[in-house]
Ligand binder design. Structure first.
Ligand code: GDP
Length: 435
């Protein structure tokens, strides 16, 4: 159902900038712009840029997209002002006084969805793109925007519908084993296809959520020096005295496009009290919540009892052992990634290992879809697996058809077909005003 009113919002971020943009969308956009912009060109053609004035506020440029060839699918006017919030608000107020309504968060994209310009997966990709923290995350979101996953889901959906037709056909020939095998294989192909998307999406999640990586180790093994090397600039105070990093230091960095929160913890030594003891507690807590832990040893010394204790907890699996000070004669026997935080030797290898261990390694095979979509894909795959099981053990076609139907329903939900307006709205609520 097309929206009846015309909406407007400032679409550029809050703050100062060279230019700021206001978008007006709806049937009345041209008429409203005509009231607001002095000497508006009445013969304006789509995609032509014009110069005008909002009287007493600013000189502006404006352009027009004619329905359906616009972001929202409606008539859209965009007005570029100088990028001061005061100017933009004054201009927006005048537009609203002339008959537009302030757009709600995500309302332009919601209208684009209602008008069939984008599907739900693409709407979510727009949100990912706007929120992308790294270039790689933006690239993955942009790929989604072109509808890669939606296209994959549509293909699977069509295949399952075809299987449903075959299953219904077998109701007339219940003993046709050939057909049973064919269905089992066809199901496997689609289970694999869904499995691949889910796997890629799990790998892609890291690019959105980022990862928490904690550096732990005894005092003076070179944790702060390593943090600096990973950050590639000086942040933590490096000291020759053991135990200077009393608190935890958290820094954001990016390794191969993965946003990482790197936490340097206080040197872990048992039995300390006072401020240092507190820091140590914090270090242990940090190690509990981190996605990945770098246990740092001083390779130029034999392992101490504390080192061995730390390595022990490394058995948990989310640990990389870093043997530091490779530039000195080595006495430690523990195997790990050998680096010199001082010279930078081996740090690139450590970078790669971090990305690999976070599951984000490898150039391809990552997609960035929303948690909502991921949940739905898992549901669809489970339904297909149940269906396949039914075929294997020869349960009746009716049950089989129910599972196949629920797989199709899940895929429909992923694509935004036939789902309630409330769910759709809740997705667009996550958008910012102006998107
Ligand atoms: P932390 O207490 O674990 O954070 O250790 P720091 O980073 O403060 O380093 C302690 C001392 O070890 C400093 O004197 C550093 O310069 C030195 N250090 C750190 N990494 C290396 C390294 O790879 N090689 C050498 N030779 N010295 C290092």
């Amino acid at each position: 159902m097309p929206a009846s009113d015309t909406i407007a919002a400032i679409v550029t971020p809050q703050g100062r900038g060279g230019v700021g943009l206001i978008r007006v969308s709806g049937k009345e956009s041209l008429a409203i712009a005509g009231k607001v912009i002095k000497t508006i060109n009445q013969q304006i053609r789509p995609q032509e840029v014009h110069l005008g004035e909002i009287e007493g506020i600013d000189s502006v440029i404006y352009y027009y997209f004619k329905s359906p060839k616009s972001y929202t699918g409606e008539d859209v006017i965009e007005i570029g002002c100088h990028g001061s919030m005061a100017v933009l608000r004054a201009a927006l107020n005048r537009i609203i006084a002339s008959g537009a309504r302030q757009a709600r968060p995500g309302e332009f994209s919601f209208r684009a969805y209602l008008n069939g310009k984008i599907d739900l997966a693409q709407a979510e990709a727009i949100l990912e793109l706007v929120n992308a923290k790294t270039e790689k995350a933006a690239k993955l979101a942009y790929e989604e925007l072109s509808g890669t996953t939606s296209a994959g889901l549509r293909k699977i959906r069509v295949a399952i519908l075809a299987i449903i037709a075959r299953v219904e056909g077998t109701l007339d020939f219940p003993d046709d084993i050939e057909l049973g095998n064919g269905i089992e294989n066809a199901l496997q192909v689609n289970i694999d296809a869904l499995g691949k998307i889910i796997e890629d999406a799990n790998r892609g999640t890291m690019f959105r959520e980022g990862a928490r990586v904690a550096i732990i180790g005894r005092p003076n093994v070179g944790k702060s020096t390593l943090l600096n090397k990973l950050l590639k600039w000086e942040r933590a105070i490096v000291s020759h005295e053991p135990g200077t990093t009393r608190d935890t230091i958290t820094e954001s960095l990016e390794i191969d496009g993965v946003p990482i929160r790197l936490v340097d913890t206080a040197g872990i030594e048992e039995g300390k009290i006072g401020p240092e003891g507190e820091g140590i507690d914090r270090a242990k807590r940090e190690a509990e919540i981190a996605d990945l832990i770098l246990v740092v040893l001083d390779g130029s010394r034999e392992e101490s009892a504390e080192d061995l204790k730390l390595l022990d907890r490394g058995e948990k699996g989310n640990t990389i052992v870093v043997v530091n000070k490779s530039d000195l004669a080595q006495k430690a026997r523990t195997k790990g990634i050998s680096v010199s935080a001082l010279t930078g030797d081996g740090v690139e290898k450590l970078d790669n290992e971090i990305v690999d261990r976070l599951g984000a390694g490898g150039g391809d095979g990552q997609v960035l879809i929303s948690q909502r979509q991921l949940g739905i894909l898992v549901r669809a795959k489970e339904a297909l697996q149940r269906a396949q099981n039914s075929v294997k053990i020869g349960i009746g076609e009716e049950l089989l058809a129910i599972d196949l139907r629920s797989a199709v329903d899940a895929l429909d939900e992923g694509l935004g077909l036939g789902i309630g307006e409330e769910v759709v709205r809740s997705i667009f609520d996550n958008f910012c005003v102006g998107k």
